[in-house]
Design a protein around this ligand. Structure first.
Ligand SMILES: C[S@@+](CC[C@H](N)C(=O)[O-])C[C@H]1O[C@@H](n2cnc3c(N)ncnc32)[C@H](O)[C@@H]1O
Length: 272
């Protein structure tokens, strides 16, 4: 496992990082990044299977994961691909990226990866495509994909399904933090990919993931959302009615018991 920094555009990247992640942003703090890595879900195995099948039915040689974060969505490919590259533009996310022998990380922007044209069999954006400049990133994705390669942008819907009361309390916290609880991006992804004219096949799919967790995990999960963490950064935020109700309901419905967390992954597929 290695972390490389793209020489070209490094200054532009540094400027954009400083403006997007000022020192007081949760995403500039290693403790927040460690929490993120511990509690966010890993992509489900069936998604890996589907993408491998569609990209040719054999083990992919090169998988590129754009907006790789701490590598949760990158290392899942390590047992299946010859080489995996995570591309991430926030250096704090790459402080301790998840390691694997055939995985390398690049500090670069998804729209200027520095990777060879036609080199990727699979390109993924897990929970990251909505952050990126659509036009420039789609052009870069199409450039690095070989013909017949597959691109997948997938996002999990928050919260995972665990319990109706908890669902409602989590939604209230999202609303309090100014976050959209459901995922409206799929239609935009489809439209942008279609309109780019760079792909011969584009469609959406829904995949399912299952993990387990207790009250602490669901509370940590909510805390791992940047906007929620920012609100909780003050004593007033921690005492907010929405937050205390959510943590109380999490303790009442889950406590220390581990229960299934059912995830829905809204997925958009595009073949070059
Ligand atoms: C919500 S995180 C998802 C991380 C990881 N893929 C996962 O599934 O856990 C989104 C990541 O995309 C990164 N990101 C956003 N825009 C980017 C860009 N233009 N180039 C590279 N990374 C980007 C962010 O810094 C962040 O680490």
């Amino acid at each position: 496992m290695s972390v490389r920094s793209q020489t070209s555009g490094r200054r532009t990247l540094a400027r954009s990082v400083a403006s997007r992640f000022p020192a007081d942003s949760p995403y500039a703090q290693t403790s927040f990044v460690a929490l993120y890595d511990r509690v966010r879900p890993k992509p489900p195995k069936n998604l890996v299977g589907l993408l491998s099948q569609l990209s040719g039915g054999r083990s992919p040689r090169v998988v590129v994961d754009l907006g790789s974060g701490t590598g949760l969505s990158t290392v899942v490919w390590a047992p299946y691909a010859s080489r995996v590259v995570g591309v991430e533009n926030n250096p704090t996310m790459l402080t301790h990226p998840r390691p694997a022998a055939n995985v390398a990380y690049r500090l670069a922007s998804a729209d200027a990866t520095g990777l060879r044209s036609g080199s990727a069999d699979i390109v993924t954006c897990s929970q990251s495509f909505h952050w990126m400049n659509a036009r420039a990133t789609i052009a870069e994705i199409a450039r690095i994909m070989r013909r017949g390669a597959l691109f997948a942008a997938y996002d999990y819907v928050l919260p995972p399904i665990v319990d109706p009361r908890l669902d409602d309390a989590f939604d209230t916290v999202l609303d309090w933090a100014g976050l959209t609880p459901r995922r409206p991006e799929t239609e935009t992804y489809l439209r942008n990919l279609h309109r780019s004219g760079r792909f011969r096949w584009v469609r959406s799919a829904a995949m399912e993931g299952r993990e387990t967790g207790d009250a602490k995990r669901i509370i940590d999960l909510a805390t791992s959302l940047g906007a929620v963490a920012a609100r909780l950064g003050t004593a007033k935020g921690r005492r907010a009615r929405e937050w205390t109700r959510f943590t109380r309901i999490a303790s009442e419905t889950l406590g220390h018991a581990r229960r299934p967390f059912w995830w829905t992954y809204q997925t958009v597929l595009a073949m070059k």
